[in-house]
Ligand binder design. Structure first.
Ligand SMILES: Cc1cc2nc3c(=O)[nH]c(=O)nc-3n(C[C@H](O)[C@H](O)[C@H](O)COP(=O)(O)O)c2cc1C
Length: 388
């Protein structure tokens, strides 16, 4: 698949329509793309990143379609193999030098065995000339890995942003103004990949915003013709502002915890609070991650199992802790039979989440009137905090 995105600038990436899972973890409801771009200057030719190695044939065919015989520079914005995996082949076949930062060069050596002599190391803010086109490199650490950077094509005002602003979204519309669907997919990607780095990302977004950008060409998903849309969305997601939304993640073996959760949902709805409910047994973790992006409150519902949380809830709590959402309030509800310590366990498992823990509600067996009263009180507390 080759697409012109500016004069002498081409998308040469691959669309993976059928991929269902990324990192053996993230469900991909709409497949994904691995984006790579060729920039033909009057003197030199540069390639921005490569594609997932399993798409080698398609990628090489793209370069053939453009009659590429020689590549001077292959820019590596990020050493992860879905972008870097074919760099060795590009060096070998097209005689390219790998241009990247020191940290990325180290990763390329260890992860795909690129040789020292094939690498040109650049500094933050450095530029290289391709003749009539100039590439400027801007370090944006932790826009996935510690070495990740972006590349700005000055004359065409295109930002090659790598994973930043990306989306796992296979579509025939390689360039888009920004549909609701694209924003949804970009939010999912942000939630899964970028959210843990929300705080450090603020500096990166500031750096990027200083550039005069007409297009953002990420390494997954469509190219944005209106960069403001995605930059503004990111600024909202990374801000400290939360929405008045409660995300409830729960499991119930014999309906006791479920009854507590259902009561809580209804009571919150009656009080005008928006609720996103996930029975996590078969949940798509991407959906949970999206809901965590802006929620003010997270509620964990679990029965006691072998003196602690239900193992599937433990997995969800692990995920919440790893994603570091900006949630401000946390609540725990659950049912038990004879005893154990799930409250302390959950608290210690959520050490990354700087949220205020509201009074937990635990009930022995099936919820009774006293339990409903406690849940009503919890719902009032949550509503008060959300609606103020
Ligand atoms: C496999 C299993 C292990 C359990 N382990 C504990 C436990 O360690 N401590 C406890 O208080 N209750 C334990 N229970 C009892 C449940 O916590 C209790 O029945 C609870 O009401 C179940 O809530 P649920 O209907 O939402 O699943 C266990 C139940 C099962 C099925």
């Amino acid at each position: 698949m080759v697409r012109k995105i500016a004069e002498n600038v081409y998308f040469v990436g691959a669309i993976d329509w059928d991929r269902e899972l990324f990192d053996e973890l993230i469900p991909l409801p709409n497949g994904t793309t691995y984006n790579s771009y060729i920039i033909k200057g009057t003197e030199k030719i540069a390639l921005i990143d490569t594609v997932e190695p399993r798409k080698e044939e398609e990628f090489m065919n793209n370069l053939k379609k453009l009659n590429i015989q020689k590549i001077d520079y292959v820019i590596s914005n990020h050493a992860e193999q879905d972008h870097s995996g074919l760099i060795g082949k590009v060096v070998e076949k097209f005689g390219a030098k790998v241009v990247t930062n020191k940290k990325c060069a180290d990763f390329l050596k260890t992860h795909i065995h690129i040789k020292d002599e094939d690498v040109i190391t650049i500094e933050d803010g450095q530029e290289i000339s391709l003749g009539d086109k100039t590439l400027k490199f801007i370090f944006t650490p932790w826009t996935h890995w510690p070495e990740t950077m972006v590349t700005y094509l000055k004359e065409d005002k295109i930002l090659f942003s790598c994973d930043l602003f990306g989306s796992h979204y296979a579509t025939s519309e390689i360039e888009q103004v920004g549909s609701e669907k694209l924003l949804e997919m970009a939010k999912r990607y942000y939630a899964e990949i970028m959210m843990p780095f929300r705080v450090t990302m603020k500096q990166n977004i500031e750096k990027v915003e200083m550039l005069d950008i007409e297009k953002i060409a990420p390494s997954h998903g469509p190219v944005y013709k209106n960069p403001k849309l995605i930059i503004e969305a990111y600024k909202k997601w990374i801000s400290d502002e939360v929405e008045n939304e409660v995300v409830i993640l729960y499991v119930s073996m014999h309906e006791s915890t479920r009854k507590m959760v259902e009561y809580l949902v209804e009571s919150l709805m009656d009080k005008g609070v928006k609720v996103k409910l996930h029975n996590i047994v078969n949940a798509d973790i991407g959906e949970i991650a999206i809901d965590l992006v802006e929620a003010s409150t997270v509620v964990i519902g679990t029965p006691m199992v072998l003196t602690g949380v239900h193992p599937i809830v433990a997995g969800a709590i692990y995920l919440v802790n790893a994603l570091r959402p900006k949630t401000k309030y946390l609540a725990i509800v659950g049912s038990y039979g004879w005893g154990g310590k799930f409250i302390d366990e959950i608290k210690s498992m959520l050490s990354n989440v700087k949220a205020e823990l509201l009074e937990p509600v635990t009930v022995k067996g099936l919820v009774d009137n006293e339990g409903y009263e406690k849940l009503e009180h919890l719902a009032k507390e949550i509503a008060e905090r959300n609606l103020n």
